[in-house]
Every structure is written in structure tokens, then in C-alpha cells.
Design a protein around this ligand. Structure first.
Ligand SMILES: [Zn+2]
Length: 323
């Protein structure tokens, strides 16, 4: 079924109502489990016991949405895209629609993606982090190229099943790269490249540089450990560290078995490349406030890549109406 072909509000209400009460009607007010027929023109169900009229949209992201067919169309478009669409992509694809309504719809959809992706990872988890998302044309943003942590649950064939992403910040809430640049370029770099720098000064500069790198490394380690602890089920997981962490032995999780693997996972390289191009498409670069939302549809599309659009739609609607 093509959801974009649903033309009327009632078509959409029928789908929401079927999903919401797939196991039978349930009155949210009196918990009674029977109803009279749907009052079709407004899609309401009426509780036989307390006579409360309940819309399939009430208490969901669809509550008070007037143009349901348009929302369904946007949802289907997002679900059909393998690599995630930005606000800008949606605005250009739906140029007839109200821009504010698209933005609102997109944000609500992202909330549902976040909900769907909430369960923690377990089993064998590959973890790594990388600086992602730069764009030659946006020099001001390049400076803030964020460090993104990735955890991937692997199946028996070592293929990636599900991923989680997080935007890593240092203890002061700054972007790691930003601080690194400040430290190395502005301070150390100035000293090192000065024409008349003495050997003694050079030595001192290198020492300062080294000390600062160590502070940053320790903070990166802490941030990674926090991330891992947040996204895995402890006691049911083994963590596989990317080879780069040989350098950083302090990255060990208490109580969780871990292995340093020899090779970087090819699928993960591929995911980072796609994430890079997705983030470059987003007009607003990810930051500490918007990153979870920003990653949500990318993560959803990676984690459900094997489903058809209509299966994804079903999963989405079910989550959206059944809290
Ligand atoms: Zn009732």
C-alpha cells in the first residue's frame, strides 16, 4: 500500500485507529474494553460504558493535526529514504506545503524514531569515535567538526545489526576538535613556528602540548565510557574496541568484558561516510542541543534498512499511537 495515496483524513484515521486498537478497544478514561461504532465523520470511537468520545489521534503526535494525509506523505517519504533527509530536503520536496508545518511534522517524526531506538544494545558491541561532518563551503562550521561516538551491535556473522550515535563533548561542554585547534594552533603553534624560538622554548612548548593532549585524551576516554555505559546492557555485552584504542589503555570499562580488535569494521567505515554526507546536508550542524534529534532518522534508517517502506510505516504508526 502507498500511504501517500491516502487522500482523505478518514483514510488516515482508519489506519491510526486500526493500529491503536489492534488488540481491541480500550477506554483510556474508564479502562472499559468495548465501544460503539466509530462516528465516521470525525473518526471518533465512543466508550459504551462512560460515553467518552476518543479520537485515535488523542495523546499522540497526530493530535490536532489538520492535514493528516500530508503528514502521512511526509512520513512515508522519510521512511523510504535510505540515508536520511534533512529539513531542507523535505522543504524542497514538499514545496506546496506550509514550511512551518513541515518542520513541526519532521520534529515529531524524529521523536518517534528516538522512541523506537531506545532499547539498549547487547551482545557483541563494536565501539569507536570519529570527527564527522565537514563542508568545504562552510568554513565557520569546520572549526566545530564534532566528535561522534558510534556503538554497533553485531550479529553472528559480525554484520552490523543496530547502531547508536552520540555527540561527544569535553567536560566543559565544548566540541573536542574546537578545543584541540585552540590549544595546538593558537598557543603551541605560535611558539613552535616563531622564527627565533630557542631549543629551550621548543622543549617547553612540546611539553605543554603533550600535557594538553593528555587532558583531552582523558576527557575523551571518560566521554566514551559514559556513552558506552548508556547504550549497552551491562552484563550481557562484550565490547570490541577499534584498533586506535591500543594507544589509550585507560579506556577500559569496569565490569564489562572488552577486546581490542585488530581491524576496523568495513561496515562502520561505510556508516561514517554516509553520516558525513548526511550531516553535511543538514543546514544546522549538529550541536549539544539538537544532536539526538539530528541523528534519530539516520539511526532509524540504518537500524531498519532491511525492512520495506510499508513495514517501516507500520512499525512507525504502531509506536506513534501506542504509548
Ligand atoms: Zn470509558
Amino acid at each position: 500500500m502507498k500511504y501517500s495515496e491516502l487522500r482523505t483524513r478518514n483514510d488516515c484515521l482508519k489506519i491510526l485507529s486500526d493500529a491503536r486498537w489492534a488488540d481491541g478497544f480500550y477506554c483510556p478514561k474508564c479502562t472499559y474494553k468495548d465501544k460503539s461504532n466509530i462516528i465516521t465523520d470525525r473518526g471518533l470511537s465512543c466508550c459504551k460504558n462512560c460515553r467518552t468520545q476518543i479520537s485515535p489521534t488523542s495523546g499522540t503526535i497526530f493530535q490536532d493535526v489538520r492535514r493528516l494525509p500530508e503528514w502521512f506523505h511526509i512520513i512515508e517519504t522519510l521512511l523510504g529514504d535510505q540515508d536520511g533527509l534533512s529539513h531542507a530536503d523535505l522543504k524542497s520536496q514538499f514545496s506546496d506545503f506550509d514550511k512551518k508545518a513541515i518542520l513541526k511534522c519532521h520534529n515529531k517524526i524524529r521523536d518517534i524514531f528516538e522512541d523506537i531506538e531506545k532499547p539498549a544494545l547487547q551482545g557483541r558491541i563494536f565501539v569507536c569515535c570519529r570527527f564527522v561532518g565537514s563542508d568545504q563551503e562552510r568554513k565557520s562550521e569546520r572549526r566545530k567538526r564534532p566528535l561522534i561516538a558510534l556503538a554497533a551491535e553485531l550479529d553472528d556473522n559480525i554484520s552490523v545489526k543496530r547502531i547508536k550515535l552520540e555527540y561527544l563533548l569535553d567536560n566543559n561542554g565544548h566540541v573536542f576538535f574546537h578545543r584541540l585547534i585552540d590549544d595546538i594552533n593558537d598557543y603551541i603553534g605560535r611558539m613552535l613556528y616563531a622564527q627565533d624560538i630557542s631549543e629551550e622554548k621548543k622543549e617547553e612548548a612540546l611539553e605543554v602540548c603533550d600535557a594538553r593532549m593528555q587532558v583531552i585524551n582523558t576527557e575523551m576516554t571518560q566521554a566514551m565510557n559514559n556513552f558506552i555505559n548508556n547504550v549497552i546492557i551491562a552484563g550481557q555485552s562484550t565490547v570490541l574496541y577499534d584498533p586506535d584504542y591500543h594507544k589509550n589503555e585507560s579506556l577500559t570499562l569496569q565490569g564489562t568484558p572488552h577486546i581490542f580488535v585488530q581491524q576496523f569494521h568495513d561496515d562502520i567505515n561505510d556508516i561514517f561516510e554516509k553520516l558525513d554526507s548526511y550531516l553535511n546536508k543538514c543546514r544546522v550542524a549538529p550541536n549539544s542541543k539538537n544532536s539526538k534529534k539530528c541523528f534519530s532518522e539516520f539511526v532509524f534508517s540504518k537500524n531498519h534498512g532491511s525492512l520495506t517502506t510499508s513495514d517501516k510505516f507500520e512499525l512507525f504508526i504502531k509506536k506513534a499511537v501506542c504509548k
